[in-house]
Write a protein that binds this ligand. Structure first.
Ligand code: FMN
Length: 176
């Protein structure tokens, strides 16, 4: 039986929720990426790393880059949690931005998160407002899926769903 750890970095709780569901389903251990000692992480066979998407970057992914020489022989899996609906083009862009060089072969899954302006920090709320203002200048017919989702996201939305972890669970189970 492989030993599995789920590392997560979550600002508003959506990634944490998915990480907990994965730990329940797979029987793995949970650690916050920023507090995870590499000496402990490298004792696992399967390392799953989840992070919220902020301005197209996956939070915590630098842990894999930084420690790659020590974990390169492990099974590495990433899941990203964002507000946008799943979209092939968006996933390709996410891969291009976050999976350079040594991470190029690491599989990445997507789980849709949540959006709660009342919970956001002042800075995050204002960044989102600025982004919305910029997108609002475009013709809606030309919106990318993430732009359409951003323009529709008002106040509070929660797209988290336990079934979204099924493809990750399936992928891990077929390794065992
Ligand atoms: C400042 C800011 C930037 C964001 N950028 C993106 C983005 O580029 N793509 C996306 O899909 N979602 C984006 N989101 C939405 C978050 O990824 C979403 O709320 C997610 O559920 C956050 O996960 P967490 O609560 O685990 O951190 C952004 C949210 C904020 C506040």
């Amino acid at each position: 039986m492989y030993k599995t750890v789920i590392l997560y970095q979550s600002k508003y709780g959506a990634t944490e929720k998915y990480a907990k569901w994965l730990a329940e389903e797979l029987g793995g251990d949970l650690m916050e990426t920023k507090n995870a000692p590499i000496e402990q992480v490298e004792t696992y066979d399967i390392i799953i790393l989840g992070g919220g998407i902020y301005a197209t970057g996956i939070r915590g992914i630098s842990f894999l880059k930084k420690n790659y020489p020590r974990i390169k022989d492990k099974t590495l899996v990433v899941f990203a949690v964002g507000a946008s609906p799943y979209d092939e083009k968006g996933m390709a862009a996410l891969r291009e931005r976050n999976f350079k060089q040594e991470l190029a072969e690491v599989p990445c899954f997507y789980c849709r998160g949540a959006w709660n302006e009342a919970k956001m920090t002042w800075l995050d709320r204002n960044l989102c407002r600025l982004l919305k203002k910029a997108v609002a200048k475009k013709d809606p017919a030309t919106y990318e899926p993430w732009e359409a989702a951003l323009m529709q996201a008002e106040g509070e939305c929660d797209w988290t769903a336990r079934e979204a972890i099924d493809p990750i669970v399936e992928y891990i189970r077929q390794l065992q």
